[in-house]
Ligand binder design. Structure first.
Ligand code: B12
Length: 211
């Protein structure tokens, strides 16, 4: 079981998408838990890729092919992660903030929320404050969820929260933030309602806040 997860992790790090997908299918068929593949296989692979990029062992093309391999394994896991499709719970608007094109984490959060019964309106990547405000006015969601992976783009979260406040749409709306460089401290500083370390924490917090 640990071997299968390690193999998936290594295929993803090496950008071998066909092998990663096949290994994931085999592991699932053998009864390996999909969330363990997600956490210890895929997410761990991306941490290692980030480490190698920082240390100069990897360059952008290697980071890109690893990301593509990860993106292809996710749909294989999806049916096994969705769990009990609960009755519709609430609505969330989600996006990666302005200046930032990383969307793997955001897509996982979206997938987990949908699996837990939420309607999720996905604004995509590079989403500016105005677009978040417009979406809130149009969709009347329970949650606005913002993702950022680059330290510099975290400031877009603050601008978006300020814009939501200025537009007077914050009542009854909970703003959640996440992404690898985020911290609870930063979330508090910018006036977010919550920070989530991972997609599981995000779903749990949304469930708690709705009740
Ligand atoms: C894959 C990757 C890429 C891919 C992105 C593919 C894609 N479609 O997303 C590619 C190769 C395209 C890329 C490009 C770039 N990247 Co990049 N990338 C990464 C890498 C290796 C992994 C990110 C990832 O997908 N992680 C896996 C996911 C699952 O984790 P996650 O996003 O954190 O999400 C989880 C949680 O954080 C949480 N979460 C996420 N969002 C939310 C939202 C809410 C509301 C909540 C509650 C929770 C939550 O739940 C998720 C699942 O559990 C990171 C390294 C790292 N360690 O993060 C660098 C990294 C983020 N990239 C970096 C850089 C510099 C870049 C580039 C600028 C490189 C360049 N020179 O062009 C460009 C950015 C262009 C842009 N403007 O966006 C730097 C950022 C440095 C910094 N301090 O700001 C990093 C840290 C690499 C490094 N070590 O230097 N990148």
């Amino acid at each position: 079981m640990a071997d299968a997860i390690e193999a998936i992790r290594n295929w993803v790090i090496g950008g071998k998408r066909k092998e990663a997908v096949e290994e994931a299918r085999r592991a699932l068929a053998a009864g390996v838990d999909a969330s363990a593949i997600m956490k210890d296989g895929l997410i761990a692979a991306m941490s290692e890729v980030g480490r190698r990029y920082s240390s100069g062992e990897f360059f952008l093309p290697q980071m890109m092919i690893a990301a593509r391999a990860m993106t292809e394994v996710i749909p294989v896991l999806k049916p096994h992660l969705a769990g009990e499709a609960a009755a519709k719970r609430g609505k969330a608007v989600i996006g990666t903030v302005a200046g930032d094109f990383h969307d793997i984490g955001k897509n996982i959060v979206k997938m987990m929320l949908e699996g837990a019964g939420y309607d999720v309106v996905d604004l995509g990547v590079d989403v500016g404050p105005e677009k978040f405000v417009e979406a809130v006015q149009k969709e009347a969601p329970n949650f606005v969820l913002m993702s950022a992976l680059i330290t510099l783009t975290m400031e877009s979260m603050r601008r978006t929260i300020d814009a939501l406040d200025a537009a007077g749409v914050r009542t009854g709306l909970r703003v959640g933030v996440g992404g690898a460089p985020l911290t609870q401290k930063f979330a508090d500083e910018i006036g977010a309602d919550f920070y989530g370390e991972d997609a599981y924490a995000c779903v749990q917090t949304c469930n708690r806040l709705l009740h």
